[in-house]
Each structure stands twice: as C-alpha cells, then as structure tokens.
Design a binder for this molecule. Sequence first.
Ligand code: 5GP
Length: 192
Amino acid sequence: MAVSNENKVIIFSAPSGAGKSTIVKHLLGKYPFLEFSISATSRLPRGEEKDGVDYYFFTKEEFKQKIEKGEFVEYEEVYAGSYYGTLKSEVERIWAKGHIILFDIDVKGGINIKRLYGSHALAVFIRPPSVETLKERLVLRGTDSPQAIERRVAKAEEELEYAGMFDRIIVNDSLECALREAEIIVERFYNE
Ligand code: 5GP
C-alpha cells in the first residue's frame, strides 16, 4: 500500500568518516521534497554553525529539562557529556509542509527512529569499504587529534555491527556510485 509523502522519513546513519554528510548534502540540494531535520544538541557550536540552521543549541540543563518534559522523539548521549536529539516540534514542522524528513543521526538514534516510524521510515546505513579506509579518511580530514581518531575508529567498529538493522546499506567506495545509489533509493521511496 502506498504511504502518503506527508509522513515519511528517511534516515541516514554511518560511522563518522563514512561520507554521510556529503551524501546528505547532495540529496538535499537535488530533491526539494526532502527537508533536513535540525537536531537539538548540548554541544557548543563549531566554526560557522548557526543556531536553528545546523542545530538547535541548548545548554545541558536546558536539554535535560526538555527530556523531562518529553519533548524528544529520540535522544542519545552520542559522546560523553554531549546530548543530541530530535524534537517532536521539528518533526511536526517538516511534516506540516508535506516534506519528507531527512535525518542525519547516529546509528542508535537511526535504529530508534526506524522502530518508531516503521514502514513510513527508510533507514540507510552508509559504510566505509573498511575500517582501515575510515582511519585513513579521518587522518586526511585532519580535524581530529590521534586520540580522537582512535576513539572514532573504536566507535565505528561498534557501529558497523548494527548495519544489518537498516533497510539499505550503501558502501561508500566510490563517491560517485554512492551518490547515484542514494538517489535511486530516495526516488524509489518517494514513489512508493
Ligand atoms: P557532530 O557533533 O559531529 O555534529 O555530530 C556527532 C554525531 O551526532 C553524528 O554522528 C550525528 O549524526 C549525531 N547526531 C546528530 N543529531 C542527532 C540526533 O538528533 N540524534 C542522535 N541520536 N544523533 C544525532
């Protein structure tokens, strides 16, 4: 049975360094029916990040109050001391426009959203060809210290074990192929 586009969601999850952000940006630029879900976070803004654009930035206290008030669809302490979550108000805001929500969230959050929305949700896991490639990419990106890279790689190894819980897996070996594959997956879900 066809599901109305008014309440569909697409989830992209991946270990960091798998190329998820590039794929998500590409899809948002190409399909006007997709809208990015702006997450809430308790971490500080980085670089040019703006409140209400990249994230809704809150203090840890504000974030915890929102948890208590039941304002989140899902939330996770993705890194020790840093909370990330999706506000119910954000989901309502995007669905009210008739858009499909595009989530860029961590692996556990992705699984939770999939569980919540069932057949209205398409969960896509982006994986690097190997853990070695992932490490190389993080080193080349140059934004993390060697210790932070080790932490991210360890987390990635753990996250890769959840890949089987997603509807689709895209192996990001060649970016061009990964983008094309992502487009096909999105178009098919849109037309379902
Ligand atoms: P960063 O601090 O690099 O922007 O994001 C760190 C991680 O948090 C990324 O893996 C990102 O996908 C994840 N993340 C962002 N928003 C959410 C969210 O709303 N919920 C969950 N569970 N994870 C999120």
